[in-house]
Design a protein around this ligand. Structure first.
Ligand code: SAH
Ligand code: SF4
Ligand code: F3S
Length: 485
């Protein structure tokens, strides 16, 4: 029987409306479903996409594995945000080349932003790549895989204006069973001059709120207790059933415009026991309505990731960010007024952007002091081909200056993180337990509403539960305490 399956392959109907038939061949030696291993790089959005990919491929008859040695197909879901990110993937591809020499039948695919940016170049230059699929082409993966089975190289990098994978239930990979991501939109229309994302992810589009709610409810019923709503700019989330002919014909649809504050309001009501986080907020778009909804619900976590990128208005203009230093500080004041001093604020910063002077770099340091960020992700500028900055602005700050400025902001952030953690000693926080502490199995780890990591002795508690923890000490990255009940 196994022999027969090997000869004819297994034919399986594609799910949903598609009337295409895709051939899924089993592993040649075991006769079982072929196994897929997916490695993800880059932002949370990419990790979330890998879960969509896993779902599409499981529906098409493949299994997933977390061990690369077991894999028949290896996919790297890649990031292009900085040159270094792409270099990491290239190094990994070279390493995988080693495996492939021993196991030539292993298929290697590149997904995500680097696939989109480099398109067929990856097939031509990196001879070990068999398949290339951009972020909007994942439904086509079963078909692309069968093209490779037939001895062809397979590429699909079409970007869509509609695809949101709304109907796909992601398969949660490497899950702790407590926290999960939900993509609420795709793409970005902002065109920040340094950024490759609008080119790799295409136009911004929002996902049907009913499908977002259904996903949140399903996660909650399966024991998850925290969801993070993801988008490159969640504040421009907008969905209107009237713009969507298909939805208009269906019953029980919401037929008003749903913006991000409405969406938050809806998801917060799934259960008071389900925590809501979201990322990323854009300083030019975040509204007071969003802040008021955050204040209204205890289960919407009090932490806002509000990337400033720079503290200088001239640089912000060159970056095409759409706000000034003053506008940014005004938004921070509103956050403090509506949500209080305790609300966590975090940022992304870029040093050494085109033509940045020492004084302008100082403006970034003083902005950091004024806001007192809880944490920041910090980078030196990396020119990306095709972006507005690459076309118009010379990348004229020497690497050693970029790196020195980066060191300075990292030092500044370390001091601020400690400063923000110290007043928490002596306070009690509600913490959602995510699992054992990485450092010791006798300790548990979770986060408080402000997104700070909290570590405490296990006692008889387990993951997925809320506990109150009295903070006894801290480092710049962690609060350490004991259960207060
Ligand atoms: N949508 C988010 C950010 C997505 S990219 C936002 O608008 O804030 C994540 C971060 O990578 C950015 O916030 C920025 O700080 C950094 N980044 C993006 N392009 C970069 C580049 N060319 N060089 C260095 N850092 C970059
Ligand atoms: Fe890039 Fe700007 Fe869009 Fe963020 S908002 S993804 S930085 S273009
Ligand atoms: Fe990277 Fe693409 Fe995300 S470039 S940061 S994986 S959107």
């Amino acid at each position: 029987m196994d022999k027969l399956i090997e000869d004819i392959g297994v034919f399986q109907e594609l799910p949903s409306e598609s009337n295409e038939t895709v051939r899924v061949t089993p592993n040649q030696s075991t006769g079982k479903s072929r196994k897929i291993y997916i490695e993800s790089y880059g932002c949370q959005m990419n990790f979330s996409d890998s879960e969509i990919v896993a779902s599409i491929l499981q529906n098409a008859g493949f299994d997933t594995t977390s061990k690369i040695e077991e894999a028949d197909l290896v996919f790297l879901n890649t990031c292009s945000i900085r040159e270094k990110a792409e270099q990491t993937v290239r190094n990994r591809l070279n390493h995988i080349n080693g495996f492939k020499k021993k196991k030539p039948e292993m298929m290697v695919g590149v997904l995500g932003c680097m696939a989109e940016r480099l398109k067929t170049k990856l097939l031509e230059e990196e001879k070990i790549v068999d398949l290339v699929a951009g972020p909007d082409a994942y439904r086509d993966l079963p078909n692309l895989i069968s093209q490779v089975d037939d001895g062809d190289k397979a590429v699909n990098t079409f970007l869509s204006r509609e695809e949101t994978y709304a109907d796909i239930s992601p398969v949660r990979l490497n899950s702790n069973g407590v926290t999960a991501f939900i993509s609420i939109m795709r793409g970005c229309d902002n065109m920040c001059s340094f950024c490759v994302v609008p080119f790799t992810r295409g136009r911004e589009r929002s996902r049907d709120p009913q499908s977002i709610l259904a996903e949140a409810k399903d996660l909650f019923s399966r024991g998850f207790r925290e969801v993070t709503l993801l988008g490159q700019n969640v504040d421009s989330y907008k969905w209107s059933s009237l713009e969507n002919n298909k939805a208009r014909l269906e019953k029980n649809r919401i037929d008003k415009v749903v913006n991000f504050s409405h969406l938050l309001d809806m998801v917060a009501q799934v259960s008071p026991e389900l925590r809501i986080r979201f990322s990323t907020s854009h300083p030019k778009d975040i509204t007071d309505d969003v802040l008021h909804i955050m204040a209204k619900y205890e289960n919407i976590c009090k932490n806002i990731h509000l990337p400033a990128q720079s503290g200088n208005s001239r640089i912000l203009e060159l970056m095409n960010r759409g706000y000034t230093r003053e506008w940014y500080l005004d938004r921070v004041n509103c956050i403090r007024k509506i949500l209080g001093e305790e609300c966590g604020i975090s940022s992304d910063m870029i040093t050494g952007f085109c033509s940045e002077t020492e004084e302008e770099h100082q403006d970034t340091l003083t902005l950091m002091d004024l806001v007192e960020y809880d944490y920041s992700y910090m980078f030196y500028y990396s020119e990306r081909p095709g972006t507005l900055a690459a076309k118009k602005l010379p990348d004229d700050i020497p690497l050693e200056v970029k790196k020195r400025r980066l060191d300075e902001i990292i030092k500044k952030q370390s001091a601020l993180s400690l400063k923000r953690n110290k007043p928490d000693v002596g306070k009690v926080f509600k913490v959602l337990i995510e699992g054992s502490s990485r450092k010791s199995p006798d300790y548990l780890q979770g986060r408080n509403s402000q997104n700070k990591v909290v570590i405490f002795p296990k006692e008889n508690k387990s993951k997925g539960k809320y506990v109150h923890v009295l903070i006894e000490s801290c480092t710049q990255g962690t609060l350490i305490g004991k259960i207060a009940e």
